[in-house]
Design a protein around this ligand. Structure first.
Ligand SMILES: Cc1cc2nc3c(=O)[nH]c(=O)nc-3n(C[C@H](O)[C@H](O)[C@H](O)COP(=O)(O)O)c2cc1C
Length: 363
């Protein structure tokens, strides 16, 4: 990633000066239907909104004369050296509505930014293509559904392609997304090759999810597949102590706190409000990724202070993709990293590891 000037001058020759500019460009480029697809939550979208609003309730204490001139945003998580504590989140099944290069563009931007990508199974491009496009493509998100052997086969494929970890997701049934219902929207077949072989798009995968004749998944099945997996597994969707406990017991090497941006079920708590409990349950050494609601650099600082090792960037990265493809995602990452940098400096933290709940005002 090109070094941006980190001084007090606000002039920039960049196409987008701020994340707001990127959001506005994305809005101009996307149809109403695609915009709704990107932003929709489920039900009344209470969780989707609260994920973001909840960050406003964590107020910083920025004591005088403790600022740091050049804080270090780098961190190490899951064995990766990251230029700042972030991954791109998996967003698949419709991502080519934002840009035809979809996950290829996201992976290249992540590489340029010095971070890693979590690649969704439902992507338009095959896991091999995405991996070949960028060394940042490191973690493969796999939905545990259908036949166990098919899931294990897919994990072997991901290993052969060069992925290091599996991000395990679970989705028992389709989601109640009224914006998409009103738009009569169905995720378009995204062409081939997808991960499901010739003639089978990500749509086939989603159809499979809805097939109730297929075996049902519980923690026992998940534990069995995690044990048989040739790659270490990180379980996504953690939002409580109980799920953290079960996931670790099932063999997870890492936890991924997320409510999928409020896209699965409404009226679950804002993800950020669950993070501290999950960290307490997991203890200090288990790697934790966090997503759902990250919109700016100061949100990243909040999540790290509450116990995450890194965040994942979903809608905010997708907006960059929609605004300007790979360059748009890269600019999003650059702006987030630089805002995170200034946040660290003003909070008196010289490195990521100095972020802890002490940065918050006592209520
Ligand atoms: C358009 C879109 C598609 C998504 N597809 C997937 C997916 O295929 N697999 C997955 O694990 N999560 C998926 N997610 C959820 C994201 O990985 C992430 O959890 C969520 O975007 C976080 O919320 P935020 O974007 O509001 O921060 C998707 C999210 C969006 C916005």
């Amino acid at each position: 990633m090109k070094e941006t000037r980190r001084d007090d001058r606000y002039a920039t020759s960049e196409k987008f000066a701020t994340l707001r500019g990127i959001r506005e460009a994305a809005r101009r480029k996307l149809s109403d239907t695609s915009w709704n697809y990107l932003h929709c939550g489920t039900g009344d979208e209470i969780t989707a909104r609260d994920n973001v609003a909840a960050f406003d309730r964590y107020l910083f204490d920025a004591p005088l004369f403790t600022g740091v001139k050049n804080p270090d945003t780098r961190t190490s998580v899951l064995g990766y050296e990251l230029s700042f504590p972030a991954f791109t989140a998996p967003f698949g099944g419709g991502e080519t509505l934002f840009h035809p290069d979809g996950m290829l563009a996201v992976g290249r931007a992540a590489h340029a930014a010095g971070i890693r990508q979590i690649v969704p199974v439902a992507a338009a491009h095959s896991l091999e293509e995405v991996r070949a496009a960028s060394p940042a493509a490191a973690i493969f998100q796999m939905t545990f559904c259908g036949e166990e052997t098919a899931v294990i086969d897919m994990i072997h494929r991901a290993k052969d392609a060069g992925y290091d970890y599996i991000c395990v997701t679970f989705s028992p049934i389709r989601q109640w997304r009224e914006r998409m219902m009103e738009d009569r929207f169905s995720i378009p077949g995204q062409g081939e090759p997808s991960n499901f072989g010739p003639g089978k798009s990500d749509i086939a995968m989603l159809a499979e999810l809805l097939d109730f004749t297929k075996p049902r998944w519980g923690w026992d099945e998940a534990a069995r597949v995690i044990a048989a997996s040739p790659l270490p597994c990180i379980v996504k969707g953690i939002g409580s102590r109980a799920d953290a406990y079960r996931a670790l017991k099932a063999g997870a090497v890492g936890l991924y706190v997320s409510n999928y941006g409020g896209r699965t079920v409404d009226r679950v708590p804002a993800a950020i409000d669950t993070l501290a409990d999950v960290r307490e349950e997991a203890g200090p050494d288990v790697p934790i990724i966090f997503d759902s609601g990250i919109r700016r650099g100061s949100d990243i600082a909040t999540a790290i202070a509450l116990g995450a090792n890194a965040v994942a960037l979903g809608r905010i990265a997708a907006l960059g993709l929609a605004a300007d493809g790979e360059a748009g995602v890269k600019r999003v990452l650059e702006l987030l990293r630089d805002e995170f940098w200034t946040t660290l400096g003003h909070l008196g933290c010289s490195s990521v590891s100095e972020l802890s709940p002490h940065i918050f005002r006592r209520r």
